[in-house]
Design a protein around this ligand. Structure first.
Ligand SMILES: C[S@@+](CC[C@H](N)C(=O)[O-])C[C@H]1O[C@@H](n2cnc3c(N)ncnc32)[C@H](O)[C@@H]1O
Length: 365
């Protein structure tokens, strides 16, 4: 089971299928599939839209902690013998119990299944993390092969205050169907997440290479040679070609930060950053962008809604004048503002940006 962004499950499923996963089944925020051991290394290294890859031990239904205990107790935990473990839970929906209680219940079921050589609970530094996902009455319990979520790519040295999740950025680039030969633009790039992810995608650079650690390295079946093989294959398939990727922001500070981030991700040489105002048609002079992917400000606070409406209106007017025919993919939580404008959408999808409900629009300008 892979966890992913709510609303991008189909894109994550396609990514898994393209890399060799079979019998794909989509759930909310999750994708279920089958595959061989190599796939654990391959997906952790190469996937751009996944958060955690879980080796599923059991799935079932439960409406109380007692039922969760019974479900967890039915698993054979021999692989935890003499190991340190932690249980972590993601809970979605309304329950009479919280995620800590679920983790504690599953932890107890694990300990109760041993009479001797019980594993030790270590929440700080476990050898193995048991991950449980509880949505309404659905319960999934498995082994976390990833560790920390894959959306934390580890190349960010400058933290933009409203940075987009890398996995959402990749989903949006995929939705745009960017043809790598054509010009790509993020006109409100902030810390550069979208253009950096676009460059990594076009160069086929596996995002996993930026990670310091993978949880699968501590699992008993870990095969260092198989993993190295997968890593070498992934690197061999990458390239250092140049692509026409442009990125603007009105803020000098953010552009400087985005440049630092792109250098840290090793893709600065293929992104053209500049300080520009995306609402002015002169900003687009000489840039024949066919694919525009962006994450404009949302203006969450009520007082800012009028400013956001003006920004969105002026931005679309500038684009209509300068880049008509281009494909735009935009994420916003201020969808009521966007929907007031006279724009034809090809596709709209509901997503979660962290805890914030947002929408991704695909638009032909
Ligand atoms: C939500 S943030 C983008 C965050 C970015 N996707 C990231 O991951 O770091 C929106 C950005 O739009 C920029 N912005 C606002 N008005 C702009 C304008 N008129 N032209 C260009 N950029 C603008 C802001 O400076 C801000 O950095």
């Amino acid at each position: 089971m892979a966890t992913t962004v709510k609303g991008l499950e189909d894109i994550a499923g396609k990514e898994i299928e393209e890399l060799g996963g079979c019998f794909i089944r989509l759930g909310s925020e999750r994708v279920f599939f089958e595959g061989n051991i190599e796939l654990i290394y391959k997906l952790n290294l190469r996937c751009r839209c996944l958060h955690k890859l879980i080796l599923l031990l059991i799935e079932g239904k439960a409406t109380s902690l007692k039922e969760i205990y019974n479900l967890a107790k039915s698993v054979d935990y021999n692989f935890l013998k003499n190991k340190k473990f932690a249980v972590r839970t993601t809970r979605v929906g309304s329950h009479n119990y919280n995620s800590c209680q679920i983790s504690a219940t599953i932890g107890q079921a694990i300990l109760d299944s041993f009479s001797i050589e019980k594993p030790k609970v270590d929440l700080e530094n476990p050898d193995i993390e048991i991950f449980s996902y509880v949505k309404d009455d659905e319960v999934n319990i498995g082994i976390n092969t990833t560790g920390d979520s894959m959306h934390k790519r580890n190349y960010r040295v400058y933290d933009h205050p409203a940075a987009l999740r890398t996995t959402i950025a990749c989903g949006m680039i995929k939705i745009s169907n960017w043809n790598f030969k054509e010009v790509f633009l993020d006109p409100m790039c902030g810390g550069g997440t979208i253009p950096i992810e676009a460059a990594l995608m076009a160069r086929n650079i596996p995002p996993g290479i930026f990670r310091k650690d993978f949880a699968f390295k501590r699992l008993s079946f870990f095969d260092e040679n198989l993993y190295k093989n997968e890593l070498e294959k992934a690197l061999k398939e990458s390239n250092s070609n140049f692509f026409s990727i442009y990125a603007f922001d009105i803020s000098k500070k953010h552009i400087e930060g985005a440049i630092l981030n792109s250098k840290s991700a090793n893709v600065y040489d293929t992104i053209n950053f500049s300080i520009r105002d995306a609402t002015r048609k002169e900003s687009y002079k000489g840039i024949d962008a066919k694919y525009i992917v962006l994450n404009p400000p949302y203006g969450i606070r009520q007082s800012r809604i009028k400013i956001i409406e003006k920004l969105y209106r002026e931005f679309f007017n500038a684009l209509k004048n300068s880049l008509s025919g281009a494909t735009i993919v935009l994420i916003t939580a201020a969808y009521k503002v966007l929907e007031k404008l006279d724009i034809n959408y090809i596709e709209v999808r509901d997503v979660k940006h962290g805890d914030l409900p947002a929408k991704i629009y695909k638009i032909n300008i």
